[in-house]
Design a protein around this ligand. Sequence first.
Ligand code: ADP
Ligand code: GLC
Length: 481
Amino acid sequence: MKKILFAASEAVPFIKTGGLADVVGSLPACFDKEQIDARVILPKYMCMRQEWKDQMTYLTHFYMDLSWRSQYVGVLQMVVGSVTFYFIDNEYYFSGAKPYGNIYQDVEKYAFFSKAVLSALPLIDFRPDIIHCHDWQTALIPVYLKGQFSEGEFFRGIRTVLSIHNLRFQGIWDVKTVQDITGLDRSFFTPDKLEAYGDANYLKGGIVYADRITTVSETYANEIQTPFYGERLDGLMRARNNVLSGIVNGIDYSEYDPQTDSFVEFNYDVKTFRKEKGKNKKALQKELGLDQDERKFLIGIVSRLTDQKGFDLIAYMMDEICQQDLQLVILGTGEERYENMFRHFAWKYQGKVAANIYYSEAMSHKIYASCDAFLMPSLFEPCGLSQLMSLRYGAVPIVRETGGLKDTVIPYNEYDSTGTGFSFANYNAHEMLHTIQYAMDVFYNRKREWNRLVDRGMMMDYSWDASAKKYQKLYDEMLSE
Ligand code: ADP
Ligand code: GLC
């Protein structure tokens, strides 16, 4: 039995700010249980729902040195389904209304968490063969393993894999402060190790020291070796490409299932969507104050409102988009300029545009289940889960061909009637508009073709089955080296 510990800053159902939480919360349950005992360790944030905190049980506590500080580390546990979750408790670091906020506090918070994970291991009766780290928040784990923990017999031979969910976020702060925070030896802060462009860089440390590096789609694994997508680490990514691979994300097909989803009023599957999806559309139009018309082309957006997701293209074209024969429903939070832009257009085009500037699991499911199409024109997209949810719920994705979007949405080909969505290549607002218009034309004028597109999308399998096997193979390789 191989023991794998996922270390991450978020996981459903406990805490979520984006797709990372979906991945860390759902993948560990999808491994072959005869072969892999996968567990997860997270911070215990004060902002987690009380319902979850009440169910955690206390395991142990101790005090840990973090440089010159001595800090309390509590360890709690809870089993969800077949997976054991551990939680690192410290009220000083993990208070606050959100998990992240101020990078200055975050660099200390996640240095603490990364060291606490390793320090807690000998006390919890679970010695992982592999620690699977996710993003910059846990990227110091491989570094600490090579540093202060390298002498301990217990830690000898523990392997590490670092998954990059978004190369843009690296955990950067000045060398002097990070050295003081982490207590790592000065020798770590050189340009071939943690230092990058004069600063200390957590993610870089993980990339240098992890045994394997993965990212969440094959295309993104290639893209990050180029200057445009490399976020100033493309040289390092090229240097490490012998241990770098891309494994596309899946989603939990039992949770995201239009046939059983309790957020969806009229449940449906690939056989019944023609009749039922329209009813959900009408209900949503009513709920959000849109003109009630089942035949109207309804486009959805569920997203963090950031540049990554292509909102400057949408902002540039918004007036023109709104003048088309369609409706638009947005659910998202993020940069104020985009929040206000959507509020403005909802006011300007009442009955046509609904701007929901908040976070809601329930509303997101309703949107996937009601919309005809789903717009995601990302500038870059490591994988993207929203388009997978859209496919599953029969909302045809309209995407830019980048990262995971390119790997998961097959462009519609009208000549041989194949494909699952619409896509465009260049980061260009007019290309996006034309692609929307093309989709709209198929929707209104070639309905049978449209429905077959929906059919094909709903029948794609983006559950975790295939990708969980790829991770298993990676773990096998690592342990047989
Ligand atoms: P990212 O992780 O870059 O934000 P993904 O597509 O991988 O993008 O994952 C986003 C996840 O967050 C999806 O599960 C999506 O449904 C969800 N999501 C984003 N914004 C909201 C929101 N305002 N309300 C509810 N869910 C949201
Ligand atoms: C990041 C990426 C997104 C990916 C998610 C889960 O948030 O932006 O593309 O789907 O991580 O891997």
